[in-house]
Design a protein around this ligand. Structure first.
Ligand code: NDP
Length: 614
């Protein structure tokens, strides 16, 4: 087995992927399985590089001094050297020796070859535009740079749309040449149509409290669900009034399990129907894009029709209420079996298909967080399917069952106002998610987290059985609210929804097509990966405006239950904790991905979720 050439902490010259440019980097670690070095650029960007893309600093210094002595132009100030990289300045004839000239031609040829080979990756700039001045590491050859720039300029010229978008970026004035160079650098960064992601290596930073934390969560999450459901059944669901434990055999019913399976596989059938468009997800670390069928909304309509038929034929939907705990146990058993299957199959998955965050090598941790990023059976994407179908639609069906149970138990001809509000608000949330199904493809769950116990249990048990807690609570604890209060709660929900929807759409549209004319008024900070970070609009208000909207809605869902007990507020309290933790995870990932650009974004947008508070 070949030994590593560079040690941790060593400062070396690393090739910027897709280009012939080398920059000063520090080796932070080495993966002896993938044979990749993790290196850190001066702007904080971290990438995994092959040994062949790394050179020692001494070899560079030698070559650099040789070339500068033979080329007077190289002795010019750093400013003119920078300018020579500008596309606005085509390479002028320079005095060169014959051998240098030959070498230059070779380099030029190599650059063109590499550029065309690397297409569509056209990152020929420094890792980050905003380091142009601060950065000490120099490119290997200025002429190579010029050549690259000419090629790039030819590619950019016709693209007026991109120019227009770049012109929106007015974070600094463009009065002098230095600034022009920076703007050009933004253009180059912007043109990198394929983000350069880290090739998955071993997960070193463990989240969720590491092995012990994830082990505890595997026990704690199901326990919490059952505690909440048992509490909700109590006449007095005060925190100190612990519910009696039911007999174990009463928790399992094969008929209920059969109905659960029927529901799950009915959704599979709807998912497989060849209706709806097929779209591509974001590029994976390998550059490949997976295809996804967008037909969640159609599946919802078909589900609604099926439920309508059942009700027409007098099927008693409140059966769900009567056997609620047994349904939750069935869903939990199924999600556990699914998680075991997912883990076992992930052991055979190629390294590049593993999740960046779920590849620690520790069984319990990888089992919980999800080892494989996009487990598929043929074109059937298990994670994408579970994200929005059985659990989310199941939540709506459960809410409807609770509404019918309330009417039946309390002999009502119409459901209570509180129940109507809870049902309507949550129905809007689910319909919105299905209508905007495509947006799920840019979320952390799809792009970063693997599919393991966390998402399987979350999607199939936590969402349908905990999120429907308010409706479940209202069946046993009728609450009366007045029309003005109902109107005020509705306004609150609409406000939350407006923030949530517009923020998510803004980011999703920007990620899908930054040159979209509808986004013409937005400004962004370019980053080394080719993606921009919005700094105006919702994403300039707080760093996670979508979370803010979601939390406001969560509060509006709990308020119709009154203030007699804290139980219906479990959702909003848990959700704040979840999103604060999720935000911290996302910040950490973004810092790794975007380095200095992310820090600049944080300076510009100081609040994370709640303006002037947090
Ligand atoms: P987000 O949709 O908030 O996506 C975060 C990603 O957005 C970042 O990783 C980054 O990814 C990108 N990003 C961050 N800042 C910017 C910026 N300034 N400009 C452009 N892109 C930026 O993440 P989630 O997946 O956590 O949430 C999606 C939705 O789902 C939210 O509305 C959330 O409230 C909701 N949600 C609901 C849950 C529930 O149980 N009801 C649970 C979890 C989430 P990159 O740069 O790589 O594109």
């Amino acid at each position: 087995m070949p030994s590593r050439k560079f040690a941790d902490g060593e400062v070396v010259m690393g090739r910027w992927p897709g280009s012939v440019l080398y920059y000063e980097v520090q080796v932070t670690s080495y993966d002896d399985v993938a044979h990749l070095y993790t290196v850190k650029y001066k702007d904080g960007t971290e990438l995994a590089l092959k040994e062949s893309d790394i050179r020692s600093q001494s070899s560079f210094k030698h070559r650099k001094s040789q070339s500068s002595s033979s080329s007077p132009s190289r002795r010019s100030s750093s400013r003119s050297r920078s300018r020579s990289r500008s596309p606005g300045r085509p390479a002028k004839g320079r005095r060169r020796s014959a051998s240098q000239s030959r070498e230059h031609k070779e380099d030029k040829k190599k650059t063109i070859q590499e550029t065309s080979l690397a297409l569509p990756v056209l990152v020929l700039s420094k890792p980050s535009e905003n380091n142009t001045k601060r950065y000490n590491g120099e490119p290997e050859s200025t002429e190579k740079n010029d050549t690259s720039c000419i090629i790039l300029e030819q590619k950019l010229k016709p693209d007026l749309e991109i120019k227009r978008v770049l012109e929106q970026y007015s974070l600094r004035s463009r009065k002098d040449d230095k600034k022009k160079e920076e703007i050009y650098s933004e253009k180059k960064t912007f043109m990198a149509v394929k983000p350069i992601e880290k090739v998955p290596t071993k997960t070193k930073e463990l989240e969720f409290g590491g092995r012990i934390g994830t082990f505890m969560l595997i026990l704690l999450l199901p326990a919490t669900v059952f505690y909440l459901l048992l509490m909700c059944k109590q006449d007095d669901p005060s925190l100190l009034n612990l519910p009696p434990l039911p007999a174990l055999e009463s928790l399992w019913d094969w008929r209920v399990f059969g109905l659960f399976l029927l529901w799950f596989f009915l959704q599979v059938v709807f998912y497989l129907l060849p209706i709806g468009k097929v779209v591509e997800g974001l590029p994976l670390s390998t550059g490949r894009k997976l295809q996804y069928r967008i037909n969640g909304f159609y599946a919802f309509i078909l589900t609604a029709a099926a439920i309508g038929v059942l009700l027409y034929f007098q099927f008693e939907l409140h059966y769900l209420y009567d056997h609620f705990l047994q349904f939750a146990v069935s869903a939990a058993a199924f999600s556990l079996a699914l998680s075991i299957y997912l883990y076992v199959r992930s052991l055979k998955a190629p390294e590049e298909e593993l999740a960046p965050g779920g590849n620690s090598g520790y069984f319990i941790y990888d089992f919980f967080t999800g080892h494989e990023l996009n487990p598929r059976i043929g074109s059937f994407d298990l994670k994408y399917f579970c994200e929005l179908r059985p659990g989310l639609m199941g939540w709506v069906v459960i809410n409807l069952a609770m509404l019918l149970a309330e009417m039946k138990i309390h002999n009502l001809s119409v459901p209570s106002l509180s129940m109507v509000l809870v049902n309507s608000f949550q129905l809007l949330y689910v319909v919105d998610a299905l209508w905007n199904e495509e947006a799920v493809l840019t979320t952390m769950d799809i792009t970063h987290d693997g599919f393991g116990f966390m998402l399987a249990f979350g999607d199939l048990v936590w969402v349908p059985f905990v999120y429907s807690l308010q409706a479940f609570y209202l069946v046993g604890h009728p609450t009366t609210i007045t029309w003005p209060i109902a109107a005020a709660i509705t306004v609150l929900n609409c406000l939350g929804y407006y923030i949530f929807r517009s923020a998510n759409s803004q980011k999703n549209n920007f990620r899908r097509n930054p040159a979209d004319p509808k986004l013409a008024n937005l400004k962004f900070i370019p980053t080394a990966t080719g993606k921009g970070l919005l700094v105006t609009g919702w994403w300039g208000f707080v760093r996670h405006p979508n979370y803010l909207g979601d939390i406001i809605m969560a509060l509006a869902w709990s308020l119709p239950c009154g203030f007699n007990h804290i139980l219906p507020y479990f959702y909003v309290l848990y959700f704040i904790c979840l999103l604060v933790h999720r935000e911290a995870r996302d910040e950490h990932h973004c810092k790794q991905k975007y380095g200095l650009a992310w820090e600049r974004y944080c300076q510009r947008v100081p609040y994370r979720i709640f303006p002037y508070i947090y």
